[in-house]
Write a protein that binds this ligand. Sequence first.
Ligand code: HEM
Ligand code: HEM
Length: 178
Amino acid sequence: MNKPLDHFVPLARWLHWSMAVALLAMLFIGAGMVASVSTRHQWLIQLHKPLGIALLALAVIRLGVRLATRQPPLPADLPAFQALAAKASHWLLYGLMLTLPLLGWAMLSAAGDPVSLGAGVRLPPLLAPDAATFAVLRTAHGYLAYLLFCTVLVHLAAALYHGLIRRDGVLRSMARGR
Ligand code: HEM
Ligand code: HEM
């Protein structure tokens, strides 16, 4: 039998930290963008769209890495409800990392506004234009973005609990391996 790992594989760690920075930036760009009617709105939205699509590509790669590699086990003495909460919240995070950018792309398709990535590259529409569908997807994009933000805050609190209070190696397994 394989020896249990004590850390996530380097690619998983690289994806975790670079996506954490980019996702947090996206949440603030999104919130700042809808709060501004100045010329900054256009500038922020032109940043929000390609960065969101890049995060979709990274999320797909990350899911592939997750399914193709082994993960370090949670500490054996972790109460069952905490282990269950950890697993459920990780899958919720994976789900949101995939759903949010897809919703952004789909809602712009429903608005009849093609997603342009710059340098003349345009993504194909995911849906036919329809105002009612746009309204539903736009609302869902907003709510799910704030659900992601709340889940990340709980996840951060849990990581600090493992790192500073339990000191059980869970934070180290993602931070630097050993
Ligand atoms: C992980 C990826 C993403 C995150 C975390 C994110 C986050 C957000 C947030 C927080 C808002 C503000 C919501 C509100 O207050 O109602 C927003 C709005 C928006 N997002 Fe995203 N988003 C992501 C991906 C995308 C993608 C890929 C697109 C399009 C290709 C997109 C297009 C938009 C648009 C058009 C708005 C509304 C702008 C407006 O009403 O002026 N988003 N997003
Ligand atoms: C947008 C921000 C973040 C997202 C979306 C995110 C997402 C994830 C996901 C999906 C996992 C599960 C990995 C797997 O089993 O494949 C994970 C694990 C982990 N994350 Fe994050 N993370 C974020 C920010 C952070 C921050 C700020 C910290 C710490 C300060 C952190 C610490 C950890 C640790 C320690 C693990 C390993 C947990 C375990 O083994 O059960 N994460 N993260």
